[in-house]
Design a protein around this ligand. Structure first.
Ligand SMILES: [Zn+2]
Length: 71
């Protein structure tokens, strides 16, 4: 029994991705993209939690890689 509703997630060839509750983008379930919390991850991705240029750069890099991987 969980106090939290299940969050949207999907499994890709590179692993599991979870959806950010704010920007609605799917990101890897990874501490590069989400802050860990007991039992899982914060509902907002790092880029939505903080406007840290390093985090935003990491997000931009990820989107570039996604686009590149799919032509
Ligand atoms: Zn987000």
């Amino acid at each position: 029994m969980s106090r939290h509703p299940p969050r949207p997630r999907r499994t890709t060839e590179i692993g599991e991705e979870i959806q950010c509750a704010k920007c609605k983008e799917f990101w890897p379930a990874d501490d590069e993209f989400f802050f860990a919390r007991p039992g899982g991850w914060r509902s907002w991705c790092k880029a939505c939690c903080a406007s840290d240029p390093k985090i935003l750069a990491s997000k931009a890099r990820w989107l570039d890689r996604q686009r590149g991987a799919h032509g």
